[in-house]
Design a protein around this ligand. Sequence first.
Ligand code: GLU
Length: 293
Amino acid sequence: MRHSPLRNSQTRYVGRLAPSPTGLLHLGHATTFWTAFERAQAAGGKLLLRIEDLDTQRSRPHFTAAILEDLAWLGIAWQLPVIYQSQRLEFYRNALEQLLRAGLVYPCHCSRKDLASMMHAPHEAAGDVDDERVYPGICRPPLDLSQPATLFQAGVNYRFRVSIPKHTAIHFEDRNLGPQRFVPGVDFGDFLVWRKDDLPSYQLACVVDDAETGITEVVRGQDLLKSTARQILLQRALRLSSPDYFHTRLITDENGVRLAKRHDALAVRTLREQGSSAAKVKEQGIERSCRPV
Ligand code: GLU
């Protein structure tokens, strides 16, 4: 570990677990959540549990129940109450309004299908599994976006994208993986902050919640490094300070393929049913995360 998890003697460590209830927890989640738990404990801090249940198509209450049970079985403890993003919509709407007032977002009429036919698949370097393509800027207004926004009408279902400042690199020091650098306009484009179904994107909801619940360090998988860069941009746009980041290495299956929720064989539940102990699951996660990705 490079640094002590404490930021400074005044700030008490607050971490979070942020699972999406769209499937069962697998070995990769277990390892990330163990790391988050251990870091919060080592710092004498708190660990919140936030259920990221904004994806109404894929979130299921039985996955939430399974996640809570699996986390408890793993021996991970968190502070109550559990936070549900689906109950926090007013916070996200306020943030969207703030971005609109600052002229930093614009409505986008491109459908996912339009974009898929127009854009190439994202460049995937080793370990880079980001799935949001670089938006080609079709709806980006050529106007000066510092004008007060007149676009927002409550209840109108628009997608909104943030207008990124292109080519100014985002740098951050990851507490596990070291210095990171991403270039807006190259590594990612104008990304969505609001969806057509009148819900915030993952990026916006995450930034708002991390700030509003006083998170001092985010522990998450390496697959979210580019999202961290996007979120740092959003924090700047919303005048929020950034937490520290600790990205855990990806876990792969026996063929070197990154674990996904479809890897049922490595679901915590399956390993448990096969007689593994929580300690054994942890050991297996550590062993697999050492493989090169
Ligand atoms: N909910 C996200 C996931 O399960 C993680 C979000 C985060 O750690 O910021 O992939």
